[in-house]
Design a protein around this ligand. Structure first.
Ligand SMILES: [Zn+2]
Ligand SMILES: [Zn+2]
Length: 395
């Protein structure tokens, strides 16, 4: 085992306690007041120059050392989810209906553990920017920090972030070059017909029949317009219309989630959804409005930075514990906004699988999930080593 992991493990109790404290006090996106206070206080204690207020509750801690001109950004997310925790653990959430079910408490703790180590013993030359962002879960906190001037105020030559991954052996790392997390788009379709008596459909214009045809039609976009080797998903998660057996409603609403792993595929999906809904609605005589509500772009790990991140992973853990080209995921992640502006890489740390069992093997966003504390020194050691290898004086 690497000396660095051993060193960080020896003092990991402080960060396990801190992680559990954050876990007990989960906060939703843009409401991470207690969490960001805690992060800011710790960073300041260890000598970081702390900037608050970016994206509301975002925190940036900066340390400059030596004469090196390189600038590194490491990012963690801080928000929790509106889920009622069911783990029954001693450190379970004390707030009803709120829970750290995605491990962002652990991401914050790993980066703080690295922050302390780097401030006290880090051998690097250059600028280290530690970015603690709010509201990753659907609210685009990364983008909000960028709109508040994140990269103008804290320019970075490369950026890295890590997410825990249940179902993979704990303490292992997995990386991937290229598209890694899906682009997402939320769409609401409203169909307006003419309501009427269920027994006299010829006097009405039925939005339920039109909506049903549209649900089926949408699946042909995936099967007929997108190349079979490209991933794409169109899910109609909600179809709402009517209340009574004998009443044809005026209106029907469809709510869609759209995913893909390629910018061009994503464009095609959105364009075809617009066309198909418009033409299908017209063929049934209903009026359609299609409201594209936005989502996250595809997360693309750049080649040079991913190669570098792999080297660091191999140096720290050896080849047995590193998956060098893992599969892409159909979930989305707002770190994608940051990678659209700065080159970098997003990687995964195994949170436990069937062999270890327990809450760590449970999938994220599940009420029985918990972050694996044994990963804190490993993730922290990875960040510390990556910072030391990246922030070197140019030869
Ligand atoms: Zn999540
Ligand atoms: Zn997450």
């Amino acid at each position: 085992m690497s000396e660095l992991i051993v060193a960080l493990r020896e003092r990991s109790e402080e960060f396990v306690t801190l992680r559990r404290d954050i876990h007990q006090h989960p906060e939703l996106g843009y409401q991470e007041f207690r969490t960001s206070d805690l992060v800011a206080k710790k960073l300041a204690e260890w000598g970081y120059e702390v900037t608050r207020g970016l994206g509301g509750t975002g925190v940036v801690g900066q340390i400059r050392r030596g004469t090196g001109g390189k600038r590194l950004g490491l990012r963690a997310d801080m928000d929790a989810l509106p889920i009622q925790e069911a783990t029954g653990l001693p450190h379970a959430s004390v707030h009803a209906g709120l829970m750290h079910a995605c491990g962002h408490d652990g991401h914050t703790a790993m980066l703080l553990a690295a922050a302390r180590h780097l401030a006290e013993q880090g051998r690097f030359s250059g600028t280290l920017n530690l970015i603690f962002q709010p509201a990753e879960e659907g609210l685009g906190g990364a983008k909000k920090m960028m709109q508040d001037g994140l990269f103008q105020r804290f320019p970075c030559d490369a950026l890295f972030a890590m997410h825990n991954m249940p179902g993979t052996p704990r303490g292992t790392l997995a990386l991937r070059e290229g598209s890694t997390m899906a682009a997402s788009e939320n769409i609401t379709i409203t169909l307006r017909g003419v309501g009427g008596h269920g027994a006299m459909p010829h006097h009405a214009v039925d939005p339920v029949v039109a909506g049903s045809a549209i649900v089926m039609g949408l699946q042909t976009i995936v099967s007929r317009n997108i190349a079979p080797l490209q991933m794409s998903v169109i899910t109609v998660g909600a179809f709402q219309a009517g209340q009574a057996n004998n009443v044809i409603p005026n209106e029907a609403t469809l709510k869609l989630s759209v995913r893909s792993l390629d910018r061009q595929v994503h464009k095609t999906l959105l364009q075809r959804i617009g066309e198909l809904v418009d033409l299908q609605a017209r063929s049934y005589g209903v009026q359609a409005t299609v409201d594209f509500q936005g989502g996250y772009p595809v997360l693309v790990n750049t080649p040079a930075e991913t190669a570098f991140a792999r080297e660091v992973a191999l140096e720290l853990l050896g080849p047995d514990k590193v998956d060098l080209q893992c599969e892409a995921l159909t979930g989305s992640e707002d770190f994608a906004f940051m990678l659209d502006e700065v080159p970098g890489s997003y990687l995964f740390i195994g949170n436990g699988d069937k062999s270890t069992g327990g809450h760590g093997a449970c999938m994220v966003h599940n009420p029985n999930y918990d972050f694996e504390d044994a990963n804190i020194p490993i993730g922290a050691a990875y960040w510390a080593l990556l910072a030391e290898r990246f922030l070197v004086d140019a030869a």
